[in-house]
Structures are given as C-alpha cells and as structure tokens.
Design a binder for this molecule. Sequence first.
Ligand SMILES: [Zn+2]
Length: 118
Amino acid sequence: MSRARGLHAGTLIPHGRGNPQARLDLQQRCILRHRLHRRSPYCAYCGRRVSRKRSTLDHIRPIIRGGRDSGANLVLSCRDCNQSKGDRTPVEWCLAILRAALALQLRALAWALLGIRP
Ligand SMILES: [Zn+2]
C-alpha cells in the first residue's frame, strides 16, 4: 500500500480526514476492508467470524447522520448486521432490538397471565 493510493501506510485512516466531505473511492474501500479483515476477521457487532468475501464496511455513525467516510468511522461487519443496522447508530439499533425483544416478552407474559395460548 502506498500513500499515493490514498491510505497512510500502517494505518487505516484515509487521507482527507480533515475534510468531512471526503469519500473513499471503491478501491480504497476494498483495501480498507481487506486490512480490517486481516487485522480481525470478526463482525464488530455480533462477533461472528466473517469471510473476507462476505464482509462489509459499516459506518458506525451513518453518513446520512453526519458520519464521515473515514477509517475511524468504519468497522468490519457481516452483511446481516450491516443490513439490520441500516442508517441507525449502534445505540439506536441496540435499543430497537431490545424494544422488540421486550415487546415479545411482555406479550408472552400478558398471555400467560390471562391464560391465553398463542
Ligand atoms: Zn454481525
């Protein structure tokens, strides 16, 4: 990896990090994804091992929410987590999962208390 390709040697931080509008091109994204995978081949969210081919880059803070397209805001994730998270922050995504799980538990509890079988 050379500096001419837009990534600092030995780091994952792309050039142009001072410019919030700077976006990584396709080749830079591919290189960054491979570097992240080489460093740790696990999804940042669910912890499952993900193949390099099936791995994706996820913006921790989505671009649409003001996140940057930089190494500091990108993590390796599996496709399932990336699609499930969507344009939410990790906290928003976790809260949505917890809310859904809690709603299921409360419904099951209510049915049990009322003697209703699903
Ligand atoms: Zn995952």
